[in-house]
Design a protein around this ligand. Sequence first.
Ligand code: CAA
Length: 380
Amino acid sequence: MDFELDEDLRMLRDMARDFADKELAARARAHDKDEALDPAILAQMGELGLWGLTIPEEYGGAGLGNLHLALVLEEINRACASTGVTLSVHNSLVAAPLRKFGSEELKRAWLPKLASGAVLGAYCLSEANSGSDAAALRAQARKDGDQWVLNGTKLWVTNGGIAGMFIVYARTDPSAPKAKGITAFVVDRNTPGLTVGKHEKKTGIRGSTTTEILLDNCRVGAQSILGELNRGFPLAMDTLDGGRIGIAAQAVGIAQACLDASIKYSKERQQFNQPIGNFQAIQWKLADMSAGIEAARMLTHKAAWLRDRGLPCARAASQAKLFASRHANWCADECLQIHGGAGYTDDFHVERLFRDARITEIYEGVTDIQRLVIARSLLG
Ligand code: CAA
Protein backbone atom coordinates (compact mmCIF):
# COMPACT_ATOMS: atom_id res chain seq x y z
CA MET A 1 0.00 0.00 0.00
CA ASP A 2 1.52 3.30 -1.09
CA PHE A 3 -0.34 6.61 -1.29
CA GLU A 4 2.63 8.50 -2.67
CA LEU A 5 2.72 9.30 -6.39
CA ASP A 6 5.91 8.02 -8.01
CA GLU A 7 8.18 10.52 -9.70
CA ASP A 8 6.75 9.98 -13.20
CA LEU A 9 3.20 10.59 -12.00
CA ARG A 10 4.27 13.63 -9.99
CA MET A 11 6.15 15.16 -12.93
CA LEU A 12 3.21 14.61 -15.26
CA ARG A 13 0.75 16.10 -12.76
CA ASP A 14 3.03 19.11 -12.23
CA MET A 15 3.34 19.65 -15.97
CA ALA A 16 -0.47 19.56 -16.35
CA ARG A 17 -0.85 21.84 -13.31
CA ASP A 18 1.59 24.34 -14.74
CA PHE A 19 -0.20 24.39 -18.10
CA ALA A 20 -3.60 24.67 -16.39
CA ASP A 21 -2.52 27.57 -14.18
CA LYS A 22 -0.40 29.51 -16.66
CA GLU A 23 -2.25 28.98 -19.96
CA LEU A 24 -5.64 27.40 -19.61
CA ALA A 25 -7.22 29.17 -16.63
CA ALA A 26 -7.03 32.54 -18.40
CA ARG A 27 -8.95 31.14 -21.43
CA ALA A 28 -11.72 29.37 -19.53
CA ARG A 29 -14.01 32.40 -19.45
CA ALA A 30 -13.63 32.96 -23.19
CA HIS A 31 -14.25 29.26 -23.89
CA ASP A 32 -17.51 29.56 -21.95
CA LYS A 33 -18.61 32.81 -23.62
CA ASP A 34 -17.54 31.89 -27.17
CA GLU A 35 -18.90 28.33 -26.90
CA ALA A 36 -15.66 27.15 -28.49
CA LEU A 37 -12.18 26.15 -27.42
CA ASP A 38 -9.23 28.29 -28.47
CA PRO A 39 -7.43 26.39 -31.28
CA ALA A 40 -4.11 27.64 -29.85
CA ILE A 41 -4.88 25.81 -26.58
CA LEU A 42 -5.72 22.62 -28.47
CA ALA A 43 -2.41 22.92 -30.33
CA GLN A 44 -0.49 23.47 -27.10
CA MET A 45 -2.09 20.36 -25.65
CA GLY A 46 -0.79 18.49 -28.68
CA GLU A 47 2.72 19.80 -28.05
CA LEU A 48 2.49 18.60 -24.45
CA GLY A 49 1.44 15.15 -25.66
CA LEU A 50 -1.94 15.24 -23.91
CA TRP A 51 -4.02 13.96 -26.84
CA GLY A 52 -1.86 10.86 -27.05
CA LEU A 53 -1.39 10.31 -23.34
CA THR A 54 -2.83 6.78 -23.29
CA ILE A 55 -1.94 5.81 -26.87
CA PRO A 56 0.98 3.32 -27.14
CA GLU A 57 4.37 4.76 -28.08
CA GLU A 58 4.53 2.72 -31.29
CA TYR A 59 1.57 4.77 -32.56
CA GLY A 60 3.06 8.10 -31.49
CA GLY A 61 1.53 8.39 -28.02
CA ALA A 62 3.00 8.51 -24.53
CA GLY A 63 1.88 4.96 -23.64
CA LEU A 64 0.60 5.96 -20.20
CA GLY A 65 -2.36 4.62 -18.22
CA ASN A 66 -5.65 5.63 -16.67
CA LEU A 67 -4.04 6.82 -13.43
CA HIS A 68 -1.83 9.19 -15.42
CA LEU A 69 -4.88 10.36 -17.34
CA ALA A 70 -6.89 10.89 -14.15
CA LEU A 71 -4.15 13.07 -12.66
CA VAL A 72 -3.94 15.18 -15.82
CA LEU A 73 -7.73 15.45 -16.12
CA GLU A 74 -8.07 16.69 -12.55
CA GLU A 75 -5.64 19.53 -13.26
CA ILE A 76 -7.13 20.46 -16.65
CA ASN A 77 -10.69 20.44 -15.26
CA ARG A 78 -9.65 22.54 -12.29
CA ALA A 79 -8.96 25.29 -14.82
CA CYS A 80 -11.49 24.57 -17.59
CA ALA A 81 -14.04 21.76 -17.62
CA SER A 82 -14.87 22.35 -21.30
CA THR A 83 -11.29 21.52 -22.22
CA GLY A 84 -11.33 18.70 -19.67
CA VAL A 85 -14.24 16.78 -21.18
CA THR A 86 -12.84 17.21 -24.69
CA LEU A 87 -9.60 15.58 -23.54
CA SER A 88 -11.36 12.90 -21.52
CA VAL A 89 -13.65 11.75 -24.35
CA HIS A 90 -10.79 11.76 -26.87
CA ASN A 91 -8.58 9.56 -24.67
CA SER A 92 -11.04 7.35 -22.83
CA LEU A 93 -14.01 6.93 -25.18
CA VAL A 94 -12.14 6.93 -28.48
CA ALA A 95 -8.40 6.18 -28.27
CA ALA A 96 -8.85 3.54 -25.55
CA PRO A 97 -11.34 1.24 -27.37
CA LEU A 98 -9.41 1.67 -30.60
CA ARG A 99 -6.24 0.56 -28.84
CA LYS A 100 -7.99 -2.30 -27.05
CA PHE A 101 -10.31 -3.68 -29.74
CA GLY A 102 -9.07 -2.22 -33.05
CA SER A 103 -7.53 -4.23 -35.89
CA GLU A 104 -3.92 -3.37 -36.72
CA GLU A 105 -5.20 -1.63 -39.86
CA LEU A 106 -7.56 0.62 -37.86
CA LYS A 107 -4.89 1.36 -35.26
CA ARG A 108 -2.32 2.33 -37.92
CA ALA A 109 -4.91 4.46 -39.70
CA TRP A 110 -6.11 6.42 -36.68
CA LEU A 111 -3.98 6.23 -33.54
CA PRO A 112 -1.05 8.37 -34.81
CA LYS A 113 -3.47 11.14 -35.86
CA LEU A 114 -5.33 10.92 -32.55
CA ALA A 115 -2.01 10.94 -30.65
CA SER A 116 -0.84 14.20 -32.21
CA GLY A 117 -4.23 15.84 -31.94
CA ALA A 118 -4.34 16.26 -35.75
CA VAL A 119 -7.68 14.46 -35.42
CA LEU A 120 -9.94 14.53 -32.37
CA GLY A 121 -12.36 11.72 -31.66
CA ALA A 122 -16.01 11.42 -30.65
CA TYR A 123 -18.24 8.61 -29.34
CA CYS A 124 -21.76 8.24 -30.77
CA LEU A 125 -23.95 6.00 -28.62
CA SER A 126 -27.01 7.97 -27.42
CA GLU A 127 -30.10 8.69 -29.47
CA ALA A 128 -33.43 10.44 -28.90
CA ASN A 129 -34.98 7.28 -27.44
CA SER A 130 -31.89 5.63 -25.98
CA GLY A 131 -30.15 7.54 -23.21
CA SER A 132 -29.95 5.53 -19.99
CA ASP A 133 -31.32 2.53 -21.91
CA ALA A 134 -28.38 2.58 -24.30
CA ALA A 135 -29.13 -0.85 -25.80
CA ALA A 136 -32.42 0.49 -27.22
CA LEU A 137 -30.55 2.40 -29.92
CA ARG A 138 -32.14 2.37 -33.39
CA ALA A 139 -29.42 3.55 -35.79
CA GLN A 140 -28.97 0.79 -38.35
CA ALA A 141 -26.09 -0.60 -40.34
CA ARG A 142 -27.19 -2.70 -43.32
CA LYS A 143 -24.74 -4.91 -45.17
CA ASP A 144 -24.45 -4.20 -48.89
CA GLY A 145 -21.77 -6.30 -50.56
CA ASP A 146 -18.46 -5.49 -48.85
CA GLN A 147 -19.87 -2.34 -47.31
CA TRP A 148 -22.10 -1.33 -44.44
CA VAL A 149 -24.67 1.42 -44.91
CA LEU A 150 -25.35 3.47 -41.78
CA ASN A 151 -28.59 5.34 -41.14
CA GLY A 152 -29.84 7.10 -38.02
CA THR A 153 -29.38 10.12 -35.76
CA LYS A 154 -26.98 10.21 -32.82
CA LEU A 155 -27.41 12.73 -30.00
CA TRP A 156 -25.29 14.31 -27.27
CA VAL A 157 -22.06 13.72 -29.12
CA THR A 158 -19.29 15.43 -27.17
CA ASN A 159 -16.63 16.82 -29.58
CA GLY A 160 -19.15 16.44 -32.43
CA GLY A 161 -18.33 19.86 -33.89
CA ILE A 162 -14.55 19.40 -33.94
CA ALA A 163 -13.98 15.65 -34.25
CA GLY A 164 -12.44 14.13 -37.38
CA MET A 165 -13.38 10.59 -36.42
CA PHE A 166 -16.43 9.03 -34.79
CA ILE A 167 -17.03 5.69 -33.13
CA VAL A 168 -20.64 4.99 -34.12
CA TYR A 169 -22.79 2.28 -32.54
CA ALA A 170 -25.44 0.85 -34.85
CA ARG A 171 -27.77 -2.13 -34.98
CA THR A 172 -26.44 -4.79 -37.34
CA ASP A 173 -28.84 -7.59 -36.41
CA PRO A 174 -32.36 -6.21 -35.93
CA SER A 175 -33.67 -9.69 -35.08
CA ALA A 176 -31.30 -10.15 -32.10
CA PRO A 177 -32.26 -9.13 -28.53
CA LYS A 178 -31.46 -5.48 -27.79
CA ALA A 179 -27.82 -5.62 -26.65
CA LYS A 180 -26.85 -8.57 -28.86
CA GLY A 181 -27.13 -7.06 -32.32
CA ILE A 182 -25.11 -3.86 -32.06
CA THR A 183 -21.74 -3.17 -33.74
CA ALA A 184 -19.19 -0.36 -33.33
CA PHE A 185 -17.91 1.34 -36.50
CA VAL A 186 -15.04 3.79 -36.95
CA VAL A 187 -16.27 6.53 -39.29
CA ASP A 188 -14.21 9.29 -40.88
CA ARG A 189 -15.85 12.71 -40.66
CA ASN A 190 -15.46 13.16 -44.42
CA THR A 191 -17.49 10.06 -45.25
CA PRO A 192 -20.38 11.07 -47.55
CA GLY A 193 -23.65 10.75 -45.65
CA LEU A 194 -22.23 11.81 -42.28
CA THR A 195 -23.14 15.35 -41.28
CA VAL A 196 -22.95 17.30 -38.06
CA GLY A 197 -26.44 18.39 -37.03
CA LYS A 198 -27.69 20.68 -34.28
CA HIS A 199 -25.15 22.20 -31.88
CA GLU A 200 -26.65 22.03 -28.38
CA LYS A 201 -26.82 25.26 -26.32
CA LYS A 202 -25.81 23.95 -22.92
CA THR A 203 -26.03 25.19 -19.33
CA GLY A 204 -22.39 24.43 -18.63
CA ILE A 205 -19.21 23.13 -20.29
CA ARG A 206 -20.24 25.53 -23.02
CA GLY A 207 -16.78 25.61 -24.59
CA SER A 208 -17.03 21.93 -25.54
CA THR A 209 -19.14 21.12 -28.58
CA THR A 210 -22.10 18.76 -28.23
CA THR A 211 -23.92 17.94 -31.43
CA GLU A 212 -26.23 15.65 -33.30
CA ILE A 213 -24.56 13.36 -35.83
CA LEU A 214 -26.74 12.52 -38.82
CA LEU A 215 -26.14 9.34 -40.80
CA ASP A 216 -27.85 9.21 -44.17
CA ASN A 217 -26.79 6.23 -46.27
CA CYS A 218 -23.29 6.64 -44.92
CA ARG A 219 -21.15 3.84 -46.43
CA VAL A 220 -18.15 2.33 -44.70
CA GLY A 221 -16.04 -0.73 -45.47
CA ALA A 222 -16.03 -3.91 -43.39
CA GLN A 223 -12.57 -2.92 -42.10
CA SER A 224 -14.30 -0.08 -40.20
CA ILE A 225 -15.82 -2.52 -37.71
CA LEU A 226 -14.29 -2.03 -34.27
CA GLY A 227 -14.09 -5.31 -32.37
CA GLU A 228 -16.49 -8.04 -33.39
CA LEU A 229 -19.70 -7.93 -35.37
CA ASN A 230 -22.73 -7.76 -33.03
CA ARG A 231 -20.46 -7.36 -29.95
CA GLY A 232 -20.52 -3.57 -29.94
CA PHE A 233 -22.62 -3.19 -26.81
CA PRO A 234 -20.22 -4.87 -24.37
CA LEU A 235 -17.48 -2.84 -26.08
CA ALA A 236 -19.47 0.37 -25.47
CA MET A 237 -19.96 -0.58 -21.80
CA ASP A 238 -16.32 -1.50 -21.25
CA THR A 239 -15.36 1.81 -22.84
CA LEU A 240 -17.72 3.69 -20.51
CA ASP A 241 -16.02 2.11 -17.48
CA GLY A 242 -12.90 4.03 -18.51
CA GLY A 243 -14.87 7.14 -19.47
CA ARG A 244 -16.56 7.27 -16.07
CA ILE A 245 -13.16 7.37 -14.38
CA GLY A 246 -12.41 10.39 -16.58
CA ILE A 247 -15.63 12.12 -15.53
CA ALA A 248 -14.91 11.31 -11.88
CA ALA A 249 -11.51 13.00 -12.33
CA GLN A 250 -13.31 15.94 -13.94
CA ALA A 251 -15.60 16.21 -10.92
CA VAL A 252 -12.61 16.11 -8.56
CA GLY A 253 -10.99 18.94 -10.53
CA ILE A 254 -14.14 21.09 -10.44
CA ALA A 255 -14.60 20.41 -6.71
CA GLN A 256 -10.98 21.37 -6.05
CA ALA A 257 -11.49 24.60 -7.99
CA CYS A 258 -14.52 25.32 -5.77
CA LEU A 259 -12.49 24.74 -2.63
CA ASP A 260 -9.59 26.89 -3.88
CA ALA A 261 -11.98 29.75 -4.73
CA SER A 262 -13.79 29.39 -1.39
CA ILE A 263 -10.56 29.51 0.65
CA LYS A 264 -9.37 32.59 -1.22
CA TYR A 265 -12.68 34.43 -0.80
CA SER A 266 -12.99 33.43 2.86
CA LYS A 267 -9.70 35.14 3.58
CA GLU A 268 -10.46 38.28 1.55
CA ARG A 269 -14.13 38.96 2.24
CA GLN A 270 -14.69 41.06 5.36
CA GLN A 271 -17.97 41.06 7.27
CA PHE A 272 -18.60 42.07 10.87
CA ASN A 273 -15.04 43.56 10.87
CA GLN A 274 -13.29 40.29 10.09
CA PRO A 275 -12.61 37.84 7.27
CA ILE A 276 -15.58 35.51 6.85
CA GLY A 277 -13.14 32.58 7.18
CA ASN A 278 -13.08 33.36 10.92
CA PHE A 279 -16.65 32.11 11.19
CA GLN A 280 -17.22 28.47 12.01
CA ALA A 281 -20.11 28.29 9.55
CA ILE A 282 -17.60 28.91 6.76
CA GLN A 283 -14.87 26.73 8.26
CA TRP A 284 -17.16 23.71 8.38
CA LYS A 285 -18.04 24.09 4.73
CA LEU A 286 -14.34 24.21 3.82
CA ALA A 287 -13.59 21.17 5.96
CA ASP A 288 -16.42 19.11 4.45
CA MET A 289 -15.41 20.13 0.93
CA SER A 290 -11.82 19.11 1.55
CA ALA A 291 -12.62 15.72 3.15
CA GLY A 292 -15.01 14.80 0.33
CA ILE A 293 -12.53 15.87 -2.37
CA GLU A 294 -9.86 13.66 -0.85
CA ALA A 295 -12.30 10.71 -0.73
CA ALA A 296 -13.41 11.32 -4.33
CA ARG A 297 -9.80 11.54 -5.49
CA MET A 298 -8.95 8.24 -3.78
CA LEU A 299 -11.97 6.47 -5.33
CA THR A 300 -10.98 7.82 -8.74
CA HIS A 301 -7.35 6.77 -8.39
CA LYS A 302 -8.39 3.33 -7.17
CA ALA A 303 -10.68 2.78 -10.16
CA ALA A 304 -7.92 3.94 -12.53
CA TRP A 305 -5.40 1.69 -10.79
CA LEU A 306 -7.71 -1.34 -11.21
CA ARG A 307 -8.29 -0.57 -14.88
CA ASP A 308 -4.57 -0.15 -15.52
CA ARG A 309 -4.06 -3.67 -14.17
CA GLY A 310 -6.81 -5.15 -16.29
CA LEU A 311 -8.85 -5.94 -13.18
CA PRO A 312 -12.66 -5.62 -13.07
CA CYS A 313 -13.39 -1.94 -12.52
CA ALA A 314 -17.04 -1.34 -13.48
CA ARG A 315 -18.20 -1.06 -9.87
CA ALA A 316 -15.19 1.05 -8.83
CA ALA A 317 -15.60 3.38 -11.83
CA SER A 318 -19.29 3.90 -11.05
CA GLN A 319 -18.55 4.42 -7.34
CA ALA A 320 -15.94 7.04 -8.23
CA LYS A 321 -18.26 8.85 -10.64
CA LEU A 322 -21.26 8.63 -8.31
CA PHE A 323 -19.42 10.04 -5.32
CA ALA A 324 -17.20 12.56 -7.11
CA SER A 325 -19.99 14.05 -9.24
CA ARG A 326 -22.36 14.47 -6.30
CA HIS A 327 -19.62 16.00 -4.20
CA ALA A 328 -18.61 18.37 -7.01
CA ASN A 329 -22.19 19.64 -7.18
CA TRP A 330 -22.35 20.04 -3.43
CA CYS A 331 -19.02 21.91 -3.41
CA ALA A 332 -20.17 24.17 -6.26
CA ASP A 333 -23.36 25.00 -4.38
CA GLU A 334 -21.51 25.76 -1.14
CA CYS A 335 -18.84 27.72 -2.98
CA LEU A 336 -21.48 29.91 -4.59
CA GLN A 337 -23.17 30.35 -1.21
CA ILE A 338 -19.89 31.47 0.38
CA HIS A 339 -19.48 34.03 -2.40
CA GLY A 340 -23.04 35.28 -1.83
CA GLY A 341 -24.44 37.72 -4.40
CA ALA A 342 -21.02 38.10 -6.04
CA GLY A 343 -20.95 34.36 -6.78
CA TYR A 344 -24.26 34.65 -8.61
CA THR A 345 -22.79 37.09 -11.14
CA ASP A 346 -20.30 36.37 -13.87
CA ASP A 347 -17.76 38.70 -12.22
CA PHE A 348 -16.48 35.54 -10.52
CA HIS A 349 -15.78 32.20 -12.18
CA VAL A 350 -17.78 30.52 -9.40
CA GLU A 351 -21.04 30.64 -11.38
CA ARG A 352 -19.26 28.81 -14.21
CA LEU A 353 -18.08 26.10 -11.81
CA PHE A 354 -21.68 25.78 -10.60
CA ARG A 355 -22.93 25.30 -14.18
CA ASP A 356 -20.05 23.03 -15.22
CA ALA A 357 -20.39 20.73 -12.18
CA ARG A 358 -23.99 19.88 -13.09
CA ILE A 359 -23.16 17.80 -16.15
CA THR A 360 -20.92 15.41 -14.20
CA GLU A 361 -24.09 13.84 -12.74
CA ILE A 362 -25.59 13.46 -16.20
CA TYR A 363 -23.22 12.38 -18.96
CA GLU A 364 -21.56 8.99 -19.30
CA GLY A 365 -24.40 7.57 -17.22
CA VAL A 366 -26.66 9.60 -14.93
CA THR A 367 -26.30 9.22 -11.16
CA ASP A 368 -29.02 6.57 -10.94
CA ILE A 369 -27.33 4.49 -13.65
CA GLN A 370 -24.13 4.53 -11.56
CA ARG A 371 -26.21 3.29 -8.61
CA LEU A 372 -27.75 0.61 -10.81
CA VAL A 373 -24.32 -0.63 -11.97
CA ILE A 374 -23.05 -0.70 -8.35
CA ALA A 375 -26.18 -2.41 -7.00
CA ARG A 376 -26.16 -5.05 -9.76
CA SER A 377 -22.55 -5.88 -8.96
CA LEU A 378 -23.36 -6.13 -5.23
CA LEU A 379 -26.39 -8.34 -5.73
CA GLY A 380 -24.86 -10.47 -8.48
N1 CAA B 1 -18.00 -4.19 -19.48
C1 CAA B 1 -18.12 -5.14 -20.45
N2 CAA B 1 -19.33 -5.65 -20.82
C2 CAA B 1 -20.41 -5.20 -20.16
C3 CAA B 1 -20.34 -4.24 -19.12
C4 CAA B 1 -19.07 -3.73 -18.80
N3 CAA B 1 -18.92 -2.80 -17.85
N4 CAA B 1 -21.58 -3.99 -18.67
C5 CAA B 1 -22.42 -4.78 -19.37
N5 CAA B 1 -21.70 -5.51 -20.26
C6 CAA B 1 -22.20 -6.53 -21.20
C7 CAA B 1 -22.95 -7.63 -20.47
O1 CAA B 1 -22.05 -8.59 -19.99
C8 CAA B 1 -23.86 -8.14 -21.55
O2 CAA B 1 -23.07 -8.92 -22.42
P1 CAA B 1 -23.64 -10.24 -23.16
O3 CAA B 1 -24.36 -9.73 -24.36
O4 CAA B 1 -22.42 -11.00 -23.52
O5 CAA B 1 -24.54 -10.96 -22.20
C9 CAA B 1 -24.24 -6.88 -22.33
O6 CAA B 1 -23.17 -5.93 -22.07
C10 CAA B 1 -25.57 -6.29 -21.90
O7 CAA B 1 -25.45 -5.95 -20.53
P2 CAA B 1 -26.70 -5.58 -19.64
O8 CAA B 1 -27.72 -6.68 -19.76
O9 CAA B 1 -26.21 -5.21 -18.29
O10 CAA B 1 -27.30 -4.31 -20.41
P3 CAA B 1 -28.52 -3.35 -20.03
O11 CAA B 1 -29.31 -3.11 -21.25
O12 CAA B 1 -29.22 -3.84 -18.79
O13 CAA B 1 -27.79 -1.94 -19.73
C11 CAA B 1 -26.81 -0.23 -18.36
C12 CAA B 1 -26.92 -1.73 -18.70
C13 CAA B 1 -25.78 -0.18 -17.27
C14 CAA B 1 -28.13 0.35 -17.92
C15 CAA B 1 -26.31 0.52 -19.63
O14 CAA B 1 -27.31 0.63 -20.61
C16 CAA B 1 -25.78 1.89 -19.30
O15 CAA B 1 -24.64 2.04 -18.88
N6 CAA B 1 -26.60 2.95 -19.56
C17 CAA B 1 -26.09 4.31 -19.48
C18 CAA B 1 -25.57 4.71 -20.83
C19 CAA B 1 -24.59 5.82 -20.75
O16 CAA B 1 -23.76 5.92 -19.86
N7 CAA B 1 -24.65 6.67 -21.76
C20 CAA B 1 -23.72 7.76 -21.88
C21 CAA B 1 -23.33 7.90 -23.32
S1 CAA B 1 -21.84 8.80 -23.67
C22 CAA B 1 -22.15 10.40 -23.25
O17 CAA B 1 -22.56 10.68 -22.18
C23 CAA B 1 -21.89 11.51 -24.21
C24 CAA B 1 -20.48 11.78 -24.42
O18 CAA B 1 -20.05 11.94 -25.56
C25 CAA B 1 -19.59 11.95 -23.28
